[in-house]
Ligand binder design. Structure first.
Ligand code: ADP
Ligand code: MG
Length: 406
């Protein structure tokens, strides 16, 4: 948090597309669906050619660095429900990449497609859901090309998933010890004695006291916090390289929430895992993540480093979410809230999906769906220490940084 507060306010710059006429105004650029980069008025008089070089060099350097440790690389993931004639995109052309040892926060209100994204990565979207993607690579392996058996083998071992509700993730008919040992048996084999010892070690690692006696406990005998610890133990049992945690603290008391979060972070740091942390709590993201992906109605509306997005949100939705943080509401009589709800299957508006709730909706926002576009910061000193790309992306015709009133 301190890092974010201390960052000086930087002007946004913009990675301009050299193909596009530099004198175009914002509106006409937004109309150009091929132009995915944003131009700012503040750079009109600068040497743009140099800037493209600078930005592209920087990006290339980053790509060189990260090529080898990129864990998850998803391009244009769409998950459809509904009929073929009247489909509903629960997830809509989502791009996501996670590096080794990187913590990426996925945020958004209920119904924005966070859990379905996690399930699609794990190959767990059931009929009638349909999953399409240009690319779903894990550690260089294209998941879509694997047979069901190969995919099962990989998932659970290399990628761990903590489901949204710890109480329903455990089977009530079997003891905690049996369930963890079964996970180990499926993916790692080994002797029964070794599996039992490993289970005891895991229970201890996740902070369950008296682990020997806990082996024979049934899930209903555990508190919410203890159940979540067991679920974490199961998810990390086979030392996955990527852990997907779907709202791991939502169902828990506030005091237990912070214990579970620090447990997760300790495990992540120790094992240098990639962590995809799904949450609707921006404070959790600020404290734990390097990168943030803001989702709304199945789409990524903004993404970037936590430092950049918290300091300079470009989408009105992100800005509203940040305003709703109690830490940012000092002196206000009431906490900020966003009127309305995320549109469901059959009430999605035309144009920008956020337009009915946006306080600054323009005619263009109703006429045309915005593409996601890049914003690049010129002063990268503070961000260079972070592993993640400095590029911030936003899906808005009129990003906040380019409005005159900002
Ligand atoms: P989040 O986790 O962000 O709260 P979800 O990923 O659970 O949201 O859901 C995204 C959208 O997909 C919601 O509108 C939800 O109603 C819809 N959805 C989820 N599962 C199904 C399903 N099996 N059939 C139809 N729609 C579904
Ligand atoms: Mg969910």
């Amino acid at each position: 948090m301190r890092l974010i507060q201390n960052l000086s306010v930087r002007r946004i710059i913009v990675r301009a597309n050299p193909q596009v006429n530099k004198n175009q105004d914002h509106k006409s650029q937004a109309h150009d669906s091929k132009n995915h980069d944003i131009h700012g008025d503040n750079i009109q008089n600068q040497n743009q050619e140099n800037k493209y070089k600078h930005d592209n060099n920087h990006k290339d350097n980053h790509e060189d660095k990260s090529k080898n440790n990129i864990l998850l690389d998803i391009r244009n993931l769409t998950v459809q429900f509904g009929t073929e004639k009247r489909p509903f995109n629960a997830v809509d052309n989502l791009n996501l990449s996670i590096l080794e040892n990187e913590v990426v926060g996925i945020v958004g209100e209920s119904g924005s497609g966070k859990s379905i994204t996690a399930l699609a990565i794990m190959g767990l979207v059931d009929h009638p859901g349909r999953v399409f993607a240009d690319q779903m690579q894990f550690n260089g392996i294209e998941l879509q090309q694997l047979t069901l058996k190969e995919r099962r083998k990989l998932l659970g071992k290399e990628i761990g998933l903590i489901f949204q509700d710890p109480m329903t993730s455990l089977d009530p008919c079997f003891t905690v010890g049996y369930q963890i040992m079964e996970t180990l048996k499926t993916h790692e084999g080994g002797s029964a004695k070794a599996r039992k010892q490993r289970t005891l070690d895991l229970l201890e690692q996740v902070g369950i006291p008296d682990s020997k006696n806990r082996l024979n406990t049934y899930p209903h005998q555990l508190s919410g916090g203890m159940s979540q610890r067991v679920v974490i133990a199961m998810a990390i049992a086979c030392s996955p390289r990527l852990l997907i945690a779907d709202e791991p603290t939502t169902a828990l008391d506030v005091t237990i929430q912070s214990q579970i979060m620090s447990l997760l972070r300790d495990i992540q740091e120790e094992r240098k895992m990639g962590l995809m942390l799904i949450t609707h709590d921006l404070a959790v993201v600020a404290e734990n993540c390097q990168k943030i992906v803001v989702m709304y109605a199945g789409q990524v509306v903004e993404t970037g480093t936590v430092a950049a997005v918290f300091e300079n949100p470009q989408h009105p939705y992100t800005q509203a979410l940040l305003k709703a943080l109690p830490e940012r509401a000092e002196g206000a009589a009431r906490l900020h809230s966003i009127a309305g709800v995320v549109p469901g299957a059959y009430d999605r508006p035309t144009g920008c999906l956020f337009n009915p709730r946006c306080s600054d909706c323009q005619p263009l926002c109703i006429e045309e769906a915005p593409n996601i576009r890049n914003i690049v910061y010129p002063n990268l000193q503070t961000l260079q220490t972070l592993q993640t790309p400095e590029t911030q992306q936003v899906r808005c015709h009129f990003p906040l940084g380019l409005r005159g009133d900002k």
